[in-house]
Structures are given as structure tokens and as C-alpha cells.
Design a protein around this ligand. Structure first.
Ligand code: GLU
Length: 550
């Protein structure tokens, strides 16, 4: 077979050579020894999920920790799966989650010298390598129709043979060039297939940086490289791209492990050195007593939109993912409570080859800690940002008086043991909505063992005596004395020694006041709360509460 002739027949328009492309996309220079050049290469399906973030964060750490490069490549070769606006959603979401790319696809274009970074714009590049493979007898056109492929499948079923286009089933693998010419002249469509020399009798050995030594069966299938519209499959496109973009490490989900033998064949056939691979195990969760993979259908927490809408700070999600990915992260965090996460030495060696367990309760806990350590200003910025997007009414309240809202966030903050009041910004309104008249309402009630008349008397008398000029001690003494006058123990120890001697204690008295002012039985420190609410509001709420009990 004259492969040169066939190559020109199939790709008459291709004049560039692989050498031209090598020159256009030269090896990266000036990177330190051991620098990792890697990529995020998601498909724009409109659904950005936790797996993307796990992969992105792993790639980002490996690249930037080593002084290397992280780029974003959009794998949009599958037009059937394409969703309008999905590329924008992808770019925006990754940006929101703080993954910093050094180059790659950006809104409306590209940034960097190794583009285009959208596969849909790289067809001419793939064709150069497709032509090379044909010229070397490593790829061939196949004219099988859907019907014919179905027939092959049925035959294989009958014969109990393995499925796929290979060996004797590969009808077009060794057809004379005249047949091919005839089909082309008659206007028949073709796909380009890889001419596999592998056999399922053989195993390949291979070292994955996360999974270790692996043995997998060789690939014997003549997989499709170019579809009939000239668009490559993922397999072909990624091999060309990772070579030309000078990728040193491929970090991806382990669902790709089964096609790795084919990918390695492709790299070899193309004359490329394969990258190093890190195949990440799946994220799982406990379902009853067993573990299962997170599923798009069953688990809303798989979608990144979930965390945004709930109002998890990015820092918390980031911190939690590090906890999940690197088994030593938590110890490091305990030893370095205030260090930025980038100081942590991330390692693929500490990743669980079998995958990691996702635990929503743990994430909330991490988030409470992360928020607890933030400055009041930072909490304000994030809370306002969240509310602007998800609760405009609340946003209006929060931002009406910035300093006042910051003062609210400052309550109990900054000490050795910061309060852990909320895990997500969507809980904020419940936690602090009472600071704003439009969200204040009496939502809870006091223990029915207390007589409403007593409670009403206490809060209305307290309204008379509250003085914002009191320091915390004077303020509390007033509450104690007021309670004592109504038969409530001022001293907790005395109360506990003989509870039947009293109607209740000073803690109950405080709680009546709390209920009147916040509408709830728990709140941040009341002295601070009252200072921020101001005398007028406090008195009005106390009297209204007393009135409501009559
Ligand atoms: N487009 C592939 C995906 O979304 C990328 C796999 C890879 O990173 O190589 O899963």
C-alpha cells in the first residue's frame, strides 16, 4: 500500500508537518528543574462538579508548588454534549473557586502561547498528525455505516466474541487504496481509525503516581481518531494537545484508566513521549453502611453550584478538599492553625488510590472553623457578596450600614476560642436577621413552666432600667437584681443547690430578655447585641414583648 498516496488522498489540504508544529510550540523554557506543567481539561457540559474541583486543585498544587504551569484547556469536541454557554459557566466557576490558571481559555478567547486552548478550534493541528499517522501506515479510513457496525456487533454476539472494531472484524483495515478512492469519489463519509498492533493476550506494566504499579490488558481495538466531520475524539485530541502544550503530568479521574493502554499506544505511534499520570480515585459517600460514588442524580452536593448557593466560603471548600485529598493535611493544620493553605506541601503520594470519602458534616465543621478565624471585615465582604447573589433583601439590610454590620460580625470574634456560629452564609439570616427590623420576629418561646405574667413584668421593668452607659458588670447586676426581686436566683450556685426555692435563675431572666430582643433562645453575647441594637430598639422590643404576653 502506498501510504503516502493515501495520506494525500485523505488530507489534500494539509501542508503543515509535525516539524512545523514542533517549531511553533517549542518546549517550554526557563522552568525550574522538576517543574510540573499540567492542565485542567474539562468538557463543557454545563455541570461543574466536585470532581472537577478535586482534579483542578490537585493539578494547581502540583504545578505551582513546583514552579510549573497550570493551563485550562476546554475539551469541546463532543458537539452532541455541547450546552450553550457552558464554556463561560466553566471559566466563571473555576475562577469563583480561586483556581489560578497561568494560561489557557479565558472569556471570549485565549491567553498564552500554546493555544488555541479550545479543542474545537484546533482541527487543522489534529489533521497534521492524522496525516502523519496515515503516511506511516498507523491509521486508516473506515467507511462502515452505523448499520454495518451494528451488524458486526450482532455477529460478535452470536459468536460470543469480544465486541469492538478489531482483527477480522475491522473490515477496512487492509482494504486496497482503489476501494478507498472509489468510496471517496462516490461521496461516502469516513472516520479515521487507529491501526492497533496490540493484543489482549498481552499486559502492559505501568506506574501511576497515585495508584502505583499497574498492569492492564493491551488495547487491540482500532479506535476512532477522527470522526466523519473531521473532529477528533478525546483520545486523539488529548494526546496531540498534551504533547504540543508540553504537558509533563496528566491529572485526571481514574475512569480513564481503562483507556490508558490505547493512549500510551497513541503517544508511541505519534512519536511523543507520554506524560506522567496521576489517576485520582472517585469521591464517595456513606450510604447507610456502604460506600458509593457521589452521583449527579442523587447527590446535590456533587454540583459546585450547591456550595455557592449554600454560601460556603471558597476557603472552606478548599480547606476541606485538602483534608480529603491529603491524609496529613489535618495534622499540618493543627500544627499551623493560622498558616495559609499554600504553605502546606501537597503530595500525590498522600492521596488515597482507592478514592476519598466525602463527609458533608465534616465540611460544615471545617467551614465553621474557617469562618470563625476570619476578620469581621472579611466575613462582611463574603456575606454581602453571597447575599447580593442569593438574597437581595437581606443584602440591602446588611449593607445599609456597613460599620454596624461589621460590628455584628465582630461579636465574639478574635479571641483564642472564636465562636462557631454558622457554617454557611445561607444560615446568616437566621443567626443575625433580628438586627434588622424587617427580619425581626418572635420565633421561639420560653419554657411553659414560667408564668407569662412574671415574664411580662420582668421585661417591661427591664425596659425602664436599661442604660447603654452601663459597663458589662453593671449591666449584668441589674439583670440579677431584677430577677431576684421576682423570685429568680441571682447566683447559679445557690440556685442549683436548691432549685425548688426559686421560680428560676438569672439565666432564665436573661433568656426572657434575649427572647424579647432577638426572638430566639440563643444568640450572640447579649451585652454586645444590645449595644448594637441601641436603646430605642431595645426598649421598643421589650415593651412589645411584654404587651404580647398580656
Ligand atoms: N475531557 C476529559 C474529561 O472531562 C478530560 C480528561 C483529562 O483530563 O485528560 O473528563
Amino acid at each position: 500500500m502506498d501510504y503516502e498516496y493515501l495520506a494525500n488522498l485523505l488530507f489534500p489540504e494539509v501542508t503543515d508537518t509535525p516539524e512545523d508544529l514542533e517549531k511553533r510550540f517549542p518546549p517550554r523554557e526557563g522552568l525550574p528543574e522538576g517543574a510540573v506543567v499540567t492542565r485542567m481539561a474539562p468538557s463543557p457540559t454545563g455541570f461543574v462538579h466536585l470532581g472537577n474541583l478535586v482534579q483542578g486543585l490537585t493539578s494547581e498544587r502540583l504545578a505551582h508548588q513546583s514552579g510549573g504551569v497550570l493551563f485550562l484547556r476546554v475539551e469541546d469536541t463532543d458537539s452532541k454534549r455541547e450546552v450553550k454557554g457552558a464554556v463561560e459557566v466553566l471559566i466563571e466557576t473555576l475562577k469563583h473557586y480561586g483556581i489560578h490558571f497561568d494560561e489557557g481559555a479565558v472569556m471570549g478567547g485565549d491567553s498564552g502561547a500554546y493555544g488555541p486552548y479550545r479543542q474545537s478550534r484546533r482541527a487543522p493541528i489534529y489533521h497534521v498528525y492524522a496525516k502523519k499517522l496515515v503516511r506511516e501506515g498507523l491509521a486508516y479510513p473506515c467507511f462502515c455505516t452505523e448499520e454495518e457496525l451494528k451488524e458486526i456487533h450482532e455477529e460478535q454476539e452470536k459468536e460470543n466474541a469480544n465486541f469492538g472494531y478489531f482483527g477480522k472484524w475491522a473490515k477496512w483495515r487492509d482494504r486496497p487504496v482503489e476501494d478507498i478512492e472509489q468510496m471517496i469519489a462516490a461521496g461516502h463519509k469516513w472516520v479515521l481509525r487507529f491501526r492497533s498492533t496490540g493484543s489482549i493476550e498481552n499486559k502492559i506494566k505501568f506506574t501511576d503516581l497515585i495508584k502505583g504499579e499497574i498492569e492492564i490488558t493491551e488495547n487491540d481495538i482500532d479506535h476512532v481518531l477522527l470522526k466523519s466531520d473531521g473532529i477528533p475524539t478525546y483520545h486523539f485530541a488529548h494526546a496531540v494537545d498534551d504533547h504540543l502544550m508540553r504537558t509533563t503530568h496528566v491529572v485526571r479521574g481514574d475512569e480513564w484508566l481503562s483507556t490508558l493502554p490505547f493512549h500510551l499506544q497513541l503517544f508511541r505511534a505519534l512519536g511523543f513521549r507520554p506524560p506522567k499520570y496521576c489517576h485520582i480515585g472517585p469521591l464517595m459517600k456513606m450510604d447507610g453502611n456502604s460506600k458509593r460514588k457521589l452521583s449527579k442524580r442523587k447527590d446535590p452536593e456533587l454540583a459546585l453550584t450547591y456550595y455557592r448557593a449554600e454560601g460556603f466560603p471558597i476557603e472552606a471548600v478548599y480547606e476541606y478538599i485538602l483534608t480529603v485529598l491529603n491524609s496529613n493535611f489535618e495534622d499540618w493544620r493543627r500544627a499551623n492553625p493560622d498558616a495559609p493553605t499554600d504553605d502546606f506541601r501537597f503530595s500525590y503520594k498522600k492521596m488515597n488510590p482507592a478514592g476519598s470519602l466525602f463527609d458533608g458534616a465534616k465540611l460544615r465543621d471545617v467551614s465553621k472553623n474557617v469562618i470563625g478565624k476570619m476578620s469581621a471585615e472579611r466575613v462582611y465582604e463574603l456575606a454581602a457578596g453571597w447575599a447580593a447573589e442569593f438574597d437581595p433583601e437581606f443584602h440591602a439590610a446588611l449593607t445599609r450600614d456597613r460599620d454596624r454590620t461589621v460590628a455584628v460580625f465582630a461579636i465574639g470574634r478574635g479571641g483564642k476560642k472564636p465562636r462557631k456560629d454558622f457554617a454557611v452564609f445561607s444560615e446568616l439570616k437566621d443567626y443575625m436577621g433580628f438586627f434588622y427590623d424587617e427580619f425581626f420576629a418572635i420565633k421561639e418561646t420560653f419554657d411553659p413552666k414560667f408564668a407569662p405574667a412574671d415574664v411580662a413584668a420582668i421585661v417591661s421593668e427591664y425596659a425602664e432600667m436599661y442604660d447603654p452607659a452601663d459597663d458589662q458588670t453593671a449591666w449584668f447586676d441589674k439583670i440579677k437584681n431584677l430577677g431576684a426581686a421576682h423570685g429568680f436566683a441571682a447566683d447559679m450556685k445557690e440556685y442549683r443547690a436548691d432549685p425548688d426555692a426559686y421560680k428560676g435563675s438569672v439565666a432564665d431572666v436573661s433568656n426572657f430578655i434575649r427572647l424579647a430582643l432577638t426572638g430566639k433562645n440563643s444568640s450572640p453575647d447579649m451585652y454586645a447585641v444590645m449595644n448594637i441594637l441601641g436603646k430605642q430598639t431595645c426598649v421598643a422590643r421589650l415593651l412589645a414583648f411584654a404587651e404580647s404576653l398580656k
